[in-house]
Design a protein around this ligand. Structure first.
Ligand code: IVH
Length: 378
């Protein structure tokens, strides 16, 4: 693949078009059909390349650019719900350096010399959900959808035991949209797939898809039989504010009856961010549920307010992703694929292997340097 710095304008146009189509197709597989074709890391790589090309050619940013979009439009079978406050996404950080720069950007923006406190929370790999409470009663629940309009999954969410029908304690605003992640634990996922296999039904590739497929059932009786769980970590529309810090807000969410990730912590400065990441990476195999990184958030909510958002992501938070997962398999054959333009691409046929929650059976061998490095042979 050509380096972004070497692309001509014409090539950039062509590649942005291709990336927009490709990413949109993956979004539909992931968000609507709960059946992704590529790993999250490969998906992130497509988005990153799109953003890098856009950064070099800002005048070429397409109206349907993947960088201006989160998720995919809702599926037809669910009624639309307009979120009181849009459900946005987080930018990704992939290295210690990215995390250090995030802290530097925050301090520069706020014109601070002092250390900033952040929460470091596990990035739960499920699907986000917004649950509206009025006078403490659950009245509506929606998936993220395209971030502005989600899918009405109220009946299904009511079957999830970890989501209170009525808020406990006191001090909640009259109207509040609680946001968090619906997910399945590893043990529950294994049981679900074993039962599906025994019944000759389709199995899910990973816990995230199983959670999404279970929540987005037409018949809530089916959802009720799936042991879905929920962690609360954010909120949308509020009729009154209820906390001064993210850490304080998490405490309130727990008091009101929600599960909050016990691995979350409050840390100081860039050093604290890096230490939290290392700790979470070490804890990851023992958690019993999937996480795909660590979310850093500026703790003070008045500072979050000042930092605000840039297009679809906040300046006050970032997702530090874990590196791509690797797996070993056997190269069974190499086929030559003929493209529409007559271009020839060698394709590796592999013994199926699960990597990052996706079953991989083929890989294109278009990168000559990489083939030489790996010394690929049947
Ligand atoms: S906060 C403005 N906290 O990651 C967005 N998100 O890429 C605020 N996620 O859509 C989101 N764990 O589905 C937040 N502790 C956490 C999270 C978390 C998982 C997901 C969520 C969000 C996506 C952002």
């Amino acid at each position: 693949m050509k380096a972004v710095a070497e692309l001509t304008e014409a090539e950039a146009v062509e590649e942005l078009t291709r990336l927009a189509d490709e990413i949109a197709a993956h979004d539909i597989r992931y968000y609507q059909e709960d059946q992704p074709l590529i790993s999250d890391a490969d998906y992130d790589a497509l988005k990153l390349r799109n953003s890098e090309i856009e950064a070099r050619f800002p005048h070429l940013i397409r109206e349907n650019s993947p960088s201006l979009r989160v998720g995919a439009a809702r599926a037809e079978q669910f009624a639309p719900v307009e979120h009181g406050v849009p459900m946005l996404s987080l930018d990704n950080a992939f290295s210690d350096q990215d995390a250090i720069e995030f802290d530097a950007r925050v301090r520069r923006f706020l014109k601070l010399d002092e250390e900033v406190a952040y929460t470091a929370e596990p990035k739960i790999d499920g699907l986000s959900c917004s649950i509206r409470y009025e006078k403490g009663r659950l009245v509506q629940a929606a998936t993220r959808g395209d971030g502005r309009v989600g899918e009405d999954v109220t009946a299904n969410v009511r079957t999830i035991k970890e989501i209170p029908q009525r808020l406990a304690g006191s001090g909640w605003p009259d109207v509040i949209e609680i946001r968090g992640e619906v997910y399945l634990g590893h043990a529950e996922f294994a049981d679900l797939n074993a039962a599906a296999e025994a019944a000759g039904q389709k199995t899910y590739a990973n816990p995230r898809n199983a959670a999404a497929g279970s929540l987005r059932q037409i018949d809530s009786k089916v959802t009720a039989q799936r042991p879905l769980r929920f962690f609360a970590y954010a909120w949308g529309y509020l009729s009154a504010s209820f906390a001064e810090t993210q850490w304080g807000a998490l405490r309130k969410l727990r008091e009101w009856g929600f599960q909050v990730t016990p691995q979350s912590e409050c840390v100081k400065g860039a050093e604290g961010l890096l230490a939290a990441y290392a700790r979470m990476e070490a804890e990851r195999p023992k958690l019993g549920f999937d996480i795909d990184g660590v979310v850093y958030k500026v703790d003070r909510l008045d500072w979050q307010q000042r930092l605000g958002f840039v297009s679809r992501a906040p300046r006050w938070g970032i997702a530090r992703k874990f590196p791509a997962q690797q797996a070993r398999t056997i190269l069974e054959a190499i086929d030559i694929q003929v493209g529409r333009t007559g271009a020839l691409t060698p394709v590796a046929r592999l013994t199926p292997v699960t990597v990052g929650g996706v079953v991989v059976t083929n890989a294109t061998l278009h990168n000559a340097d990489e083939i030489a490095r790996l010394d690929v042979r049947i």
